[in-house]
Write a protein that binds this ligand. Structure first.
Ligand code: AHR
Length: 635
């Protein structure tokens, strides 16, 4: 019935236009969205990662109260072959002198990711794998301590098994602190091995175990993205063949996942793995868009991270069949019945129903070599043949490297791909001067997924330039099917990419002006586009506008952008929309072009919403440097 309200003259556009691109860059996963509080929980940190990292990194030895003992890392009998290193603690003597008022024991302390934030009264779930190596059982004191040694929460566990066994307890801090440490002390004599030491807040997003940081996941959910592309980026094709992101390594119990250095040079536990990505998508109503390597590594691959690169490496041809099967297995894992080989693994993880996967990206910004083309073609044809219901998204290389971009489109045209992934990171002025980019795209060729784009910077001017581009993307929403800003998350002090959408530390989220532009467009999306509703001089490239209708709600949404230094008038003509309700809402994001959000002032640039009255025709004065969104109900 609502469809009937859509006035004629509109163009049907994608109803899943704007989503998120999540890459594990800038500590976006471990230490970021993934809520694990223990850093290097499995003692798998490696010297090939950051300089000086090793299995002991972020752990400190402790022997308080005149105790003594020793620790060491061993590999002879691990919890699982995928997780080879574990810590051995030998508590040789536990002091107990009357004059010592603090703790006595032998053990280790974890420093977390820049410390651990705890809230008084909240529950923190601790787990560890232990194997008793001495005859007598060992009692362990598990505590959260302030940097001054104050014990904020404490509990005990006792190792009872000579085989690896998982033990759990919880900790409830008596005080809130931003920088605590986790201390594990043997308080009785004995020797034991430990691995996969984990501490999670009980309050994760949707209370999922092995879940996501609540405030951050909620911030993303509140944007109402239509899809999430994951897990990268360059991270997908990786720093050499051994470093490709292989989805099978990231599912199942966390102690069985394969950890590795990621291409951005730090450690990836894969605790946030494919199951968690798909679950998050489902939890927020976003379609999952996984990207798999196209059988080649990143063209910047090198012996050490991005230094002295060996260039793109290709999987040997005799490994391709197995690799193709790996990609087909992903589709079965996501969509197959719980009785199928791979669907049963999804079911075992707690999700018997299919995840309803529709898209698979193959490749990321790859160098368009003959080796790439051959492997991509094999993968594409195999998926198309076995799963015609899946839309494969190809890659056309970075736009600025013209050659690969042209070649990527040539391959796409030859194979008649349904969709390709374009990327560009450019100065803000480019977006103003290239508003017609997609107007002339051939609608008979592949549709576009603009998988990565941004203007260089997080000032208001950058965000407004991106808003200009987004109006052009909405106008071309018949050929641009999806678009996502990149990168999404960046941890303060741990960034590899300077321009990002949301900065964060352990306590604070700092969404940029660019974030608010994305959110305003996502929350005010439509499925029909209308020309000539907002009118202004097209010669003025600092102005842009788009008009969409959401046929589900019947709402008409005007987005008006002024990237200039003075207010400008725009003429609005709503006569084609019958049954308008004059009481509308107006949301404006505006300010100084140089303005940005900082950790000291994260709300410096935020949108403001007020009631607004609309007539059939009216003049709107768009403030200097602004995005204005007017949302109008139709009865
Ligand atoms: O978004 C950061 C990086 O930019 C991505 O990993 C890569 O695809 C692009 O070069």
């Amino acid at each position: 019935a609502l469809e009937a309200q859509v006035p004629s003259g509109g163009k049907k556009i994608s109803d899943e236009l704007l989503g998120l691109f999540f890459e594990d860059i800038n500590y976006a996963a471990d230490g970021g969205l993934y809520a694990e509080m223990v850093q290097n929980r499995s003692f798998e940190y490696d010297p090939t990662e950051q300089q000086g990292w090793n299995p002991f990194s972020f752990w400190e030895y402790m022997e308080p109260g005149y105790s003594y003992g020793r620790i060491g890392v061993e590999t002879s009998d691990p919890v699982h072959e995928n997780n080879p290193h574990y810590m051995v603690v030998d508590a040789e003597f536990i002091g107990n002198y009357e004059e010592h008022e603090g703790q006595s024991g032998v053990g280790i302390k974890n420093l977390g990711f820049d410390g651990m934030v705890v809230k008084a009264g909240d529950i923190y779930n601790f787990s560890v794998f232990l194997k008793q190596l001495s005859n007598a059982p060992v009692t362990l004191d598990i505590s959260l301590q302030g940097t001054d040694g104050t014990v904020l929460a404490e509990n005990k566990i006792q190792s009872t098994s000579k085989d690896w066994k998982k033990y759990t307890t919880n900790l409830v801090p008596s005080q809130s602190r931003d920088t605590t440490h986790l201390v594990i002390l043997a308080t009785t004599k004995g020797k034991f091995a430990m691995d996969v030491v984990s501490l999670f807040p009980e309050k994760t997003f949707k209370n999922r175990p092995n879940g996501l940081r609540l405030d951050m996941a909620q911030l993303l959910a509140d944007m109402e993205p239509k899809f999430i592309r994951f897990p990268g980026g360059c991270l997908v094709h990786g720093d050499g063949l051994h470093n490709m992101y292989r989805w099978k390594n990231t599912i199942g119990p966390i102690e069985q996942r394969v950890e590795q250095r990621n291409i951005w040079g730090y450690h990836q536990t894969a605790g946030l793995g494919y199951f968690e990505y798909f679950q998050f998508c489902e939890d927020i109503g976003a379609k999952p868009v996984p990207v798999v390597p196209a059988g080649v590594s990143c063209q910047n691959s090198g012996g050490t991270w991005r230094i002295g690169g060996k260039g793109q490496q290709a999987l040997p041809m005799d490994e391709m069949n197995e690799y193709i099967q790996e990609v087909l297995d992903l589709i079965e894992w996501a969509n197959g019945p719980a009785t199928s080989e791979w669907g049963s693994k999804r079911a075992a993880a707690g999700h018997p129903e299919p995840f309803n996967l529709e898209y698979v990206g193959i490749g990321n910004e790859d160098k368009m070599t003959p080796e790439f083309e051959e492997r991509f073609t094999m993968l594409y044809q195999a998926v198309k043949q076995k799963h015609p219901e899946i839309t494969v998204i190809g890659t056309v290389g970075p736009f600025l490297d013209g050659e690969d971009f042209e070649k990527g489109w040539e391959i796409s045209n030859k194979l008649k791909l349904p969709m390709v992934d374009e990327h560009y990171y450019i100065e803000p002025d480019w977006y103003l001067g290239n508003q017609e980019r997609y107007d002339t795209y051939d609608r008979k060729k592949a549709q576009v997924y603009l998988g990565e784009y941004a203007s260089w910077g997080n000032k208001l001017y950058n965000a407004i330039a991106e808003a200009v581009h987004l109006t052009a993307i909405e106008r071309n929403g018949d050929v641009v099917k999806m678009a996502s800003y990149a990168p999404l998350l960046a941890k303060k002090g741990h960034t590899q990419w300077s321009t990002d959408m949301v900065f964060f530390d352990n306590t604070t989220l700092c969404p940029t002006p660019n974030f608010y532009v994305q959110k305003l467009f996502m929350k005010n999306s439509g499925d029909h586009y209308y020309e000539n509703v907002v009118n202004f001089s097209k010669k003025d490239t600092t102005l842009a506008a788009s008009t969409v209708m959401d046929s589900n709600t019947g709402d008409v949404i005007l987005k008006m952008v002024n990237a200039g230094k003075a207010p400008k008038n725009m003429e609005v003509n709503l006569s084609k929309f019958k049954n308008r309700v004059s009481k509308a809402t107006l949301t404006v994001l505006t300010g100084d072009p140089e303005a940005e959000n900082t950790f000291d002032n994260p709300d410096n640039v935020v949108p403001v919403t007020e009631e607004y009255s609309v007539d059939k025709k009216f003049m709107y004065s768009a403030p200097a440097m602004s995005l204005s969104v007017i949302r109008i109900k139709t009865k």
